[in-house]
Design a protein around this ligand. Structure first.
Ligand code: SF4
Ligand code: SF4
Length: 136
């Protein structure tokens, strides 16, 4: 058995397809939805964790791609220079995964790496360019 996280990116006209249902029913893949940001008529993102034998995971990925949905395994990692952060909040506005939020108690940036889907949007959003990507 292998578990892997993926970011699925749906084109605006593909939302509403029962992708996760089919992955479970047709391929017997265990699915854990980490984050969903899908609304009709817009590009949607779904972060899922799939658990199945490696061969079946590959078949599942192929099935997703056949539906014209991008399927990217999460293999990279985001880091940021916490010491230089000015807590402006610009990065929180683009982080749909909710990995970057402003703390209520002290209005400082909170980064929760386990929620990060490596969409890389914060790299451009930060005026001080504090984010970078580690591969592997
Ligand atoms: S890459 Fe940046 S914007 Fe994207 S999910 Fe991770 S922390 Fe949020
Ligand atoms: S955009 Fe950059 S400086 Fe602003 S809160 Fe995020 S990491 Fe800190």
């Amino acid at each position: 058995m292998a578990s892997k996280r993926f970011v699925l990116t749906f084109p605006p006209d593909a939302t509403g397809q029962p992708i996760t249902y089919n992955l479970i029913k047709k391929y017997d893949i265990m699915i854990n939805i980490v984050k969903a940001d899908v609304s009709p008529g817009k590009i949607g993102h779904l972060v899922i964790e799939m658990t199945a034998p490696a061969k079946v995971l590959k078949e599942g990925m192929e099935y997703i791609k056949q539906q014209d949905i991008e399927c990217d395994p999460i293999e990279k990692k985001i880091t940021y220079r916490e010491d230089l952060c000015i807590h402006c909040g610009a990065c929180t506005a683009v982080c749909f995964a909710g990995a970057l939020t402003m703390r209520r108690d002290n209005a400082e940036l909170l980064f929760e790496p386990e929620k990060c889907v490596v969409c890389e949007l914060c790299l451009k959003a930060c005026p001080l360019k504090l984010f970078s990507i580690d591969i592997g």
